[in-house]
Design a protein around this ligand. Structure first.
Ligand code: ADP
Ligand code: ZN
Length: 814
């Protein structure tokens, strides 16, 4: 038997391995195997079994072992992940890996062993005396021991030299299971055999431990070992004797680690208002059609902020469950708070499983297992939950479908919404994309008839949308001493505080100042790894790169000319926090950005604190904009709307419109009306003008004209090919070679335009020089053909340090 195995490597092919008869029993399509690959071993997923391989017998290696009889992937998921890999032009194994919770990653223990026994001491000259002496005492050691012995980089280099062919050491890897395992608890129960007397006599004081255990089991049923241990000293030996005598049985029971608190109290479904009811009626009909074999239908639920989209989802999920179908609900990671989850749990209880990366690995493993085993049939999760092992899918909901975080920015670069639509269509399920500010892609799909539009035009209980006012930073008077604030914004804050209400100040840039510049020579301090300026963070007086991990203390002198003239320029949320503190010293201020949201659970704590009105002014980046319901916010101020507008990307206006409309949607969701003030240098820009009128349709119409004229998506399909290298020249050469190849391949393969190669806007990132090539065509199929012709050609090779990455339907062109 031959197993076809997908490995988590960036290669677009699978690998054949011989399946030894001993392993064949625990290997199925969809199960995991350990295989040799290159000089080491790896875990892969069996994607097929076959009788013969194309490879010559001599080149076939054996599967080292299976990892358990259960298939991790159903045939449906195998096929779906394969489609995702094909579409996004990456390795199947990479997608399979992304589809599993991280706690299921396979681990290996690394072992080193002398090939021919310990060598004479003089051979170890390259090694520190301490490590050398210790190794001579050992036959073999593992990576953990080595970490304690090695004295520095010279020792490390010595070790890795010796494991090469001809070296002194042999390297081996031992399969060490997965990190996350089911948590179990040991229980004791009666085995059913008659228990001999003396038990009738109830002299509890004189009972032996043996008698006591038997009595407990008889009177109170099975007991956890932990309980017995609390009652008496060392019950283990007694239980063992009883088990040997056949009187009791010991078993491990699986415990469930739950994300978040216990199930919230049940809540009734709300009566839908007219618009909600009309939307739900359409979904209901589609769900019944689909359940009757009618197949896939797609909807765009366009509803202004606070119009009650979630209640419509809840009703649709109930309907799908009543039809015996399972449901998948995707939300942006940051919107996946306890509040959101509780809304579902309070209606559907333990039928709901939650999957996202903010959870502990154990919890995530348990939730995934519940889904896999069919014990939970409603999944709420972030992007990667699109791969949840649900069977019999009936409904897929993608909330805030416009959100850019659905696109993964590392391989596999899939889009959660688009993958969800595909999964729904393959499963014959109903898909609902929800948003107050739909993406241009989804609006285009409505125009093409691929999605049916459902509309919620007003907020629940007819609450008004807040008025939006532009504050022109070119002309508006500024607050003395706090030049980033116009006088009207400060006035509005003052009034809001005086009424005891809450305000949000939004600025999509963290840190204190956007850059540090020398007043003498004009030099801007750049990242050492990237060609972008460093951001000043005052809390730790450091300069940080927002693209890689680099940071350095704020220098006293200019690194270029040594003058003591470095000044910080621009602003971020830290700076706004400081200014607000100066203007309103008694206000309770909360800052929410990725610097203050580091710890797990922090977002939830902050959300609760805002809802409990423990803060007056909340300063934050776009983490604030996603689907949160705060009833006491009456003022939303955007400190500088232009931040997202001035990005060299054709989606910048769309993003600006979406984020400001979503921010504005946080105001006036409770009983008191809200208002929105937007500070900007470009109040006449069309994306801002339409924010003012809350007019998604008008914005989309104007944006569509521009996109169509320039041939941008959704009026075309695109793919980016990135070439990068630590050496500038090598990256440029590779990009040039690729561009020529792609251009050549484009001839006669449909109307594919190849633009570039060009330097990336961020030319150097994390130490690598980057070039890009843009492919554009009317649809994605010819782009795929061109990419395949060049990149899948066995003759195409890149150097060890060079890298080629493909991004189909890219969201970031930086
Ligand atoms: P959206 O997701 O569209 O912004 P939500 O679903 O968060 O809006 O709903 C906003 C608020 O309105 C929530 O507090 C929700 O409980 C409430 N709500 C939704 N539907 C109804 C309804 N039919 N009757 C009363 N209140 C509702
Ligand atoms: Zn950097």
């Amino acid at each position: 038997m031959i197993a076809e195995v997908a490995l988590n490597v960036p290669l677009r092919r699978t690998f054949d391995y011989r399946l030894p008869p001993a392993e064949a029993e625990r290997v199925l399509p969809g199960s995991r195997v350990i295989v040799p690959f290159g000089s080491r071993v790896r875990a892969g997923v069996v994607v097929g079994l076959k009788a013969h391989s194309e490879l010559p017998e001599a080149r076939l290696k054996d599967v080292q072992r299976g990892t358990g009889a259960a298939a991790l992937f159903s045939p449906e998921l195998l096929e779906f992940t394969r489609w995702v890999a094909d579409y996004y032009f990456c390795g199947w194994g990479e997608v399979l890996e992304a589809a599993l919770p991280s706690g299921m990653n396979v681990r290996f223990r690394t072992h080193f062993r002398w090939r021919e026994g310990p060598p004479p001491p003089e051979v170890l000259a390259g090694l520190s005396a301490q490590a050398g002496a210790a190794l001579l005492e050992l036959e073999a050691w593992d990576a953990g021991q080595w970490a304690r012995l090695a004295q520095g980089p010279a020792d490390e280099r010595w070790l890795w030299r010796q494991v090469r062919p001809g070296g002194l050491l042999e390297l081996s890897y031992e399969y060490a299971g997965t990190k996350a395992k089911p948590r179990t608890e040991r229980w004791v129960r009666l085995s059913g055999e008659p228990v001999p007397e003396p038990l009738g006599r109830r002299n509890v004081k004189r009972e032996t431990r043996r008698e006591r255990i038997l009595r407990l089991l008889r009177e109170e049923g099975p007991q956890p070992m932990a309980h017995l241990r609390a009652l008496m000293s060392e019950p283990g030996a007694v239980v063992r004797q009883l088990a040997e005598a056949g009187l009791v049985a010991v078993e491990d029971r699986t415990l469930r680690r739950r994300p978040g608190a216990a199930t919230p109290p049940a809540e009734p479904f709300l009566a839908l208002n007219g618009e909600q009811a009309a939307a739900f009626a359409a979904l209901r009909e589609a769900l019944h059609d689909a359940a009757g074999g009618g197949g896939y239908q797609g909807f765009l639920l366009e509803g202004v902020t606070g119009s009650g989209k979630t209640e419509v989802y809840l009703h649709a999920v109930r309907e799908a469950r009543a039809l015996g179908k399972s449901c998948l609900l995707l939300v942006p990671e940051i919107a996946l708070t306890a509040t959101m989850v509780n809304r579902f749990r309070s209606r559907f209880g333990d039928d709901v499983a939650v999957l996202h990366s903010g959870m502990g690995e154990g919890e995530r493993f348990d939730e995934w297992s519940r889904v896999r085993e069919g014990r939970a049939r409603i999944v709420i999760g972030a992007r990667s939950a699109v791969f949840a092992p649900l069977e019999d899918l009936g409904l897929v909901v993608v909330d805030e479908e416009h959100d850019g975080s659905y696109k993964q920015d590392e391989s596999p670069r899939y889009h959660g919404r688009d993958a969800a639509m595909l999964r729904a269509s393959r499963s014959g399920a109903v898909v609902v994309l929800g948003s107050a500010t739909p993406s241009m892609e989804s609006l285009r799909n409505v125009a093409l008839g691929k999605l049916t539009r459902l509309h919620l035009a007003s907020r629940v209980e007819a609450r008004p949308l807040p008025p939006v006012q532009m504050l022109d930073l070119r002309t508006m008077p500024r607050q003395a001493g706090c030049a980033f604030f116009t006088v009207p914004l400060v006035e509005a804050l003052r009034e809001t505080l005086a009424r005891g209400e809450q305000a949000i100040l939004f600025l999509n840039r963290r840190g204190f100042a956007s850059l540090a510049r020398c007043g003498a020579c004009g030099e801007v301090v750049l990242c050492e790894q990237c060609s972008i300026s460093l951001t000043y963070h005052r809390s730790d007086n450091r300069l940080l790169c927002h693209r890689c991990d680099y940071s350095r203390p704020m220098p006293e002198r200019c690194p270029a000319c040594d003058a003591e003239a470095l000044a910080v320029v621009g602003m971020g949320t830290e700076r706004i926090e400081q200014d607000v503190g100066v203007m309103f010293p008694s206000a309770r201020v909360l800052r929410m950005d990725s610097d203050t949201l580091r710890r797990r659970g922090e977002l939830e704590r902050m959300m609760d604190a805002i809802r409990e009105r423990r803060y007056d002014i909340i300063i934050g980046t776009q983490v604030l904009s996603k689907g949160h319901d705060f009833p006491f916010i009456t003022l939303v101020g955007a400190v500088l709307a232009d931040v997202s507008l001035n990005i060299a990307d054709f989606r910048a206006p769309e993003r600006t419109f979406q984020i400001l409309t979503q921010m504005a949607g946080r105001a006036g969701r409770g009983e008191r009306p809200g208002r929105v003030l937007i500070q900007t240098y470009s109040p006449e820009h069309y994306s801002l003008v339409h924010v003012q009128s809350h007019d998604t349709r008008a914005f989309a119409a104007e944006e569509a004209t521009i996109r169509e004229a320039s041939g941008s998506p959704p009026y075309s399909s695109q793919a980016l090919v990135w070439a990068s290298s630590p050496q500038q020249g090598a990256a440029e050469r590779l990009a040039g070679q690729l561009a020529r190849g792609l251009r050549h391949a484009a001839q006669g393969r449909g109307d594919v335009r190849v633009l570039g190669a060009a330097e990336a806007p961020i030319q150097r990132l994390a130490g690598r020089w980057r070039w890009m090539i843009l492919l554009r065509a009317a649809s994605v199929a010819p782009i795929h053909r061109v990419l395949r012709a060049v990149l899948d050609d066995p003759a195409f090779k890149v150097g060890a340090k060079e890298r080629v990455a493909v991004d189909v339907d890219p969201y970031s062109l930086l």
